[in-house]
Design a protein around this ligand. Structure first.
Ligand code: HEC
Ligand code: HEC
Length: 304
């Protein structure tokens, strides 16, 4: 019963397809950055592009260079400032112990994902490529950074049509279609997303009424007070102790995590408290919760 639309995934290239050769001549830029990189540099997972070096502290080696052969640099996917991309998620502001435990769970096989296409979670080989102390250094770096909003949430009857580009949707510009209960998230520019621009915005399209429905489910909670999100995730859902913040994070990622708990793809020892929360929810409820929680401010004093 896992909806395939929640896990957009391009099919793997047919066997025998030669590896992509990236252009190493033409320089590209993104708005407000003076850096210039070729496609080949943007695709280098062991010395990552950094469009805004002054917007974050110096990166530790695990974030910038990773550990060959399997430990691709964390910043390659989660970006130097930890804002992440919807398909991998934000690390900025996550508790250190939470990050370390999640990576360990991916390495040990107690955290998978419910993607019905059966495609492997790219984090798993990465998790196997790093030792715990390298993960901890990265986790400490990201824990100090602050999440800023990258998503605009729109309630719609009809959604622009999309194509699947890797592990997310891209607008295809051909028209609209009924949203039909889905949550569809796409960058304003697939080009900037692919250049790993941390400031590209994403629009999250959800069915009409989702935000109000999500708010009602958040408080008092899907099955009453013990499942009130704020009881564990803290006031304004900004996290408490080792329980992660959830406010203002990418709704498509929040939705996938709710499904991952519901299907027990996430079954590390600390996942258990989430089971009572999700077990009574329909997909429509989860879409509503992901939209509402993702619409909340991600920090007490948002940075501009
Ligand atoms: C090749 C891309 C890639 C690299 C490199 C990568 N990750 Fe990830 N990461 C992902 C994806 C994809 C997910 C989403 C998995 C899921 O939905 O369960 C993820 C999820 C996570 C999560 C879970 C976040 C949450 O809130 O649930 C943590 C923590 C994490 N990564 C930490 C790291 C750290 C630390 C590094 C470097 C040591 C790293 N990742 C490197 C792709 C990557
Ligand atoms: C009884 C405590 C409890 C309640 C109530 C609770 N959560 Fe959680 N939640 C947790 C814990 C603990 C984790 C971390 C799970 C882990 O370590 O795998 C978590 C993780 C999550 C995650 C994954 C975040 C990530 O970084 O991947 C999401 C999304 C989430 N909760 C949403 C919610 C929502 C929405 C509600 C209210 C409807 C809620 N939670 C209520 C304890 C709770």
């Amino acid at each position: 019963m896992v909806p395939a639309w929640a896990f957009p995934t391009s099919p793997p290239p047919p066997k025998g397809t030669p590896p992509v050769v990236y252009d190493s001549v033409t320089l590209h830029g993104v708005p407000n950055s003076t850096q210039r990189y070729t496609r080949k540099q943007v695709a280098n997972a062991f010395d990552i592009p950094d469009w805004f070096p002054r917007q974050h502290p110096a990166m530790p080696s695990s974030v910038q260079y990773g550990v060959r052969p399997d430990g691709r640099a964390c910043g390659f996917c989660h970006l130097p400032d930890g804002q992440g991309r919807p398909e991998n998620g934000t690390l900025a502001g996550l508790p250190v112990e939470y990050t370390v435990r999640q990576v360990r769970a991916m390495r040990d096989g107690t955290r998978g994902h419910a993607n019905p296409s059966g495609t492997a979670n790219p984090m798993i080989s990465v998790a196997k490529g790093f030792a715990d102390d390298e993960v901890r250094t990265a986790a400490r770096y990201y824990a100090r950074l602050r999440l800023t909003r990258r998503n605009i949430i729109r309630e719609v009857a009809d959604v622009p049509t999309t194509r699947i580009a890797g592990l997310l949707y891209a607008l295809d510009g051909t028209g609209t279609e009924p949203i039909a209960g889905r949550l569809i998230e796409a960058p304003e520019s697939i080009e900037r997303h692919e250049l790993r621009d941390p400031w590209v915005r994403y629009t999250t399209y959800v069915p009409l009424g989702s935000l109000a429905r999500g708010r009602r489910l958040t408080t008092p909670g899907p099955v009453g007070a013990p499942t009130n999100c704020a009881t564990c995730h803290g006031p304004q859902l900004l996290g408490v102790g080792d329980v992660p913040p959830i406010a203002g994070r990418a709704p498509s990622n929040l939705l996938r995590q709710l499904i991952n708990f519901r299907t027990r793809a996430r079954r590390d020892s600390t996942a258990t408290p989430m089971y009572a929360v999700v077990d009574s929810l329909t997909i429509d409820d989860m879409v509503a919760l992901a939209a509402y929680v993702g619409s909340l401010p991600p920090s007490r004093s948002p940075r501009k």
